[in-house]
Design a protein around this ligand. Structure first.
Ligand SMILES: Nc1ncnc2c1ncn2[C@@H]1O[C@H](COP(=O)(O)OP(=O)(O)O)[C@@H](O)[C@H]1O
Ligand code: SF4
Ligand SMILES: [Mg+2]
Length: 361
């Protein structure tokens, strides 16, 4: 996978999360597994933003929960500054957790309605009292509110007194309280109105340089992460299927899935729009309990051939692009990676994917 430009703060290798599927009430027997995350690798550099994009259910939140240690992986490692945090416990774990904080998707449900904004933003100090002396907390909380563009005098108000965008600012202030080095933002703007989304993304952009933060920024829509990401990883059914810099992914995608996602993203320039073929994916995303053999995208891929059913393509730079260099030379998990979305049968005339309006849902 494309390496970060700066020294890595997070290195994820072979990350797997399988949830057991059981049957029977008295004698529970495992009959299968939900392969929510099925072998994910990436690195995140200091001060960098990695965008992770994919349709609903592809495993993005499960990755996020493992990164902040809310869940333990079935296999694989997550190293923070070289140390595998999945093997830590007690004090050592607590110390590491301080540096990796999460911002949640839904500002309506992730804030306790009975707590004041001051208590919500200052809550991390209850868990890490060493981060702020007791007498200094109120001042710090007010400073944080100001930093995210809220009125510090509103410290005693309750979440319902704020708009959706303001509530997400509260969530971000809480994420900043311990001065982390990494913030994992799980669809931080998906629940917000389009007009407010850009404001929150811009705020996160500004905070990144101010606080020297590295972001894992998760979204289900490629257009949301473009502005803020240095690199992007595209997820499908528990795996990253293509990864590269923003230019490599948005202007030179080589994986059919990325090409399909991009063809659904609105293009502002009408001339560019005319020249682009809209790819409509047929069929539904397979269940993660029953992942297709070989390439997991083959049941919806217009380029699939026999080889795709038997051989699982590795996420690697395709040989012909590696030799030629240039922006197509980035990792893509496809046996027939190509810069143009052409194949044996032309795309765009398949059965429309339900609910595929303007991006994956
Ligand atoms: N605790 C769990 N038990 C069983 N299955 C789960 C659990 N959490 C998530 N899943 C399943 O794992 C898959 C990935 O879920 P998730 O990570 O939430 O995807 P995303 O965030 O990309 O929408 C989904 O099929 C989901 O139903
Ligand atoms: S490996 Fe085959 S099925 Fe998978 S994306 Fe490439 S062409 Fe499509
Ligand atoms: Mg999710």
């Amino acid at each position: 996978m494309a390496e970060p430009i700066t020294e890595p703060v997070l290195e994820v290798d072979g990350l797997v999360k399988h949830y057991p599927l059981t049957r029977g009430v008295l004698f529970r027997k495992q009959v299968g597994a939900v392969r929510a995350v099925d072998g994910v690798d990436f690195a995140l550099g200091r001060g960098e933003t990695l965008g992770i994009v994919g349709e609903s259910g592809c495993g993005k939140s499960t990755v996020a929960r493992m990164l902040v240690n809310l869940e333990r992986p079935t296999a694989g490692s997550i190293r923070y500054r070289g140390e595998d945090i999945t093997r830590l416990s007690g004090r050592a774990l607590k110390a590491v957790r301080r540096n990796i904080q999460m911002v949640f998707q839904d500002p309506y449900t992730s804030l306790n309605p009975r707590m004041t904004v001051g208590d919500i933003v200052g809550e991390p100090y209850d868990i890490h009292p060493e981060a702020a002396p007791r007498g200094d907390r109120r001042r710090r909380v007010q400073e944080l509110l100001e930093v995210v563009g809220l009125n510090p005098e509103h410290v005693n108000r309750y979440p319902h007194q704020f708009s959706g965008g303001q509530r997400q600012r509260i969530g971000i202030a809480r994420g900043l309280a311990l001065r982390p080095e990494v913030i994992v933002a799980d669809e931080p703007v998906s629940a917000l109105d389009v007009s407010v989304q850009a404001q929150v993304v811009n705020l996160m952009d500004r905070l990144q340089s101010e606080f020297d933060l590295a972001y894992v920024f998760i979204a289900h829509d490629l257009s949301v992460v473009r502005h803020i990401s240095d690199r992007v990883g595209v997820m499908y059914l528990g795996r990253i299927v293509e990864t590269g810099t923003d230019t490599e992914i948005y202007d030179h995608p080589t994986h059919p899935y990325t090409q399909a996602l991009l063809s659904a993203v609105p293009v502002p320039d009408p001339r560019a729009r005319e020249h682009r073929e809209r790819i409509i994916l047929s069929g539904d995303v397979p269940s993660p309990t029953d992942v297709p053999s070989g390439c997991r995208f083959r049941t919806r891929c217009w380029k699939a051939r026999e080889r795709c059913a038997v051989e699982d393509p590795a996420l690697a730079v395709p040989e012909e692009f590696r030799a030629a260099g240039g922006p197509a030379a980035h990792a893509s998990a496809c046996h027939f990676a190509a810069t143009a979305p052409t194949g044996r049968s032309a795309p765009g005339r398949a059965v429309p994917l339900e609910g595929h309006g303007g991006g994956p849902g």
